[in-house]
Design a protein around this ligand. Structure first.
Ligand SMILES: NC(=O)c1ccc[n+]([C@@H]2O[C@H](COP(=O)([O-])OP(=O)(O)OC[C@H]3O[C@@H](n4cnc5c(N)ncnc54)[C@H](O)[C@@H]3O)[C@@H](O)[C@H]2O)c1
Length: 369
């Protein structure tokens, strides 16, 4: 990461790893001893696999914070490793006083395993900028996180003999020439376009994870997440759902890029988290697509959100970003067959829950959660 990018990350004065922020300081090993013997994590639909201590990199981000919450709720101690480059302390504020939760403020691009005490049986590697606005602002950080960060997270899993799950993305398919996308499709990615810092970082992460499993026998799995939405997405992170909801609630025009006919497939975060934990509980290497095959155009999404919020907003068309994919829809045959997983929350329900979360946060005195 260069100096300009570093300056763009709050509090990143050469960040050295160390417990910080809202997390209590005691190591998870001590906490595990304090928990009832029967409390080790059993997540519904996880095939009965138990975890005592999970490390979630990027745990203060949108998806990561939901993963931390789900694991803690089932009795797994969680160490969240995050540098707050795109996540926020508010995302994990509700976990601050949980006896099983520890925050390690660290950039995973530097080795951090030595700062994670005790046995670890699950590493969920979710650290990475994910919204285009973030990875375009932090291009070198994104590449470092996908390369060095993945190497360091894999090293932790290998040393502690933990199961490792990489958060990859549908962006590895680029602007796809095959529709819907199944895991055998190799993608259509511009290696030097503006989005390449994210797409190629994830493709490299997948290659590294696959090689690590083959060469060293590390118990690793790869999930390719398609667009996921829900509470705790930042209203200004540039992704369509939070942008449209923010604009609709403010009565502003919803800014649809291009002619709005490009499609995305939107999964509610609870479904995505359930799929990730099912993958963690399996011994599959993957990659496995996790997403909702219900495809929607961006223009229809904008109208649906205007309708659901009861907003007087209209739609305004703006320029479409370079290399923006025209279509995106997962083939989830593999996840259905191997993980017995499929999304359960339909778009109306998921969007309504998300709108409600933004409304509550807008109320005076509301706590971030
Ligand atoms: N949300 C989606 O729709 C989606 C889709 C596909 C893949 N993913 C993947 O899921 C993961 C989480 O995405 P998200 O939407 O929650 O994004 P997010 O930006 O909300 O969360 C990412 C988290 O990683 C942290 N982070 C980034 N670089 C780091 C580093 N070098 N060291 C330590 N922490 C670092 C950030 O501070 C943040 O808390 C990412 O790996 C992303 O590529 C998400």
């Amino acid at each position: 990461m260069d100096a300009a990018e570093k300056a763009a990350i709050p509090g990143s004065g050469g960040a050295r790893p160390g417990p910080a922020g809202p997390g209590p300081a005691a190591p998870p090993a001590d906490r595990a001893a304090a928990r009832p013997a029967t409390a080790a994590g059993a997540v519904p639909g996880d095939g009965g696999r138990r975890w005592d201590h999970a490390v979630v990199t990027g745990g203060a981000g949108f998806v990561g914070s939901h993963l931390c919450t789900a694991l803690l709720a089932e009795g797994t101690a969680v160490t969240c490793v995050d540098d707050f480059s795109t996540g926020t302390p508010g995302n994990i504020a509700h976990l601050r006083d949980h006896p099983g939760f520890t925050l390690l403020r660290a950039d995973v691009s530097a080795p951090f395993a030595g700062h994670v005490p005790g046995p670890v049986d699950l590493v969920l590697h979710f650290a990475s900028p994910a919204s285009p606005a973030d990875y375009l602002r932090l291009p070198l950080h994104t590449l470092d996180t996908g390369s060095l960060g993945t190497r360091n997270a894999l090293a932790l899993a290998r040393e502690r003999e933990a199961r490792f799950v990489l958060a990859s993305t549908s962006e590895v398919y680029g602007d796809p020439l095959q529709h819907p996308q199944n895991e055998r499709y190799w993608g259509n990615v511009n290696p030097v376009g503006p989005r390449s810092v994210y797409d190629e970082a994830k493709r490299f992460s997948e290659a590294l994870t696959t090689a690590e499993a083959a060469a060293r026998g590390t118990d690793a799995g790869i999930v390719r997440l398609f667009n996921t939405y829900g509470p705790r997405m930042r209203g200004h992170d540039g992704r369509a759902v939070p942008t449209f909801i923010r604009q609709a609630l403010a009565g502003e025009p919803l800014t649809v890029t291009g002619d709005g006919r490009q499609t995305r497939s939107l999964a509610y975060v609870d479904d995505t988290v359930r799929g990730i934990l099912a993958m963690a509980a399996s011994d599959l290497l993957g990659p496995v697509n996790l997403g909702n095959p219900d495809e929607i155009t961006m223009l229809d999404l904008a109208h649906q959100l205007i309708d659901l919020t009861g907003s007087p907003s209209t739609v305004r068309f703006i320029e479409r970003p370079t290399d923006d994919p025209a279509v995106r829809c997962p083939d989830i045959t593999l996840a259905r067959g191997k993980l017995q997983w499929a999304p359960l929350v339909d778009a109306r329900e998921g969007l309504a829950r998300t709108i409600e979360w933004y409304r509550q946060r807008a109320r005076p005195g509301a706590e971030a959660a």
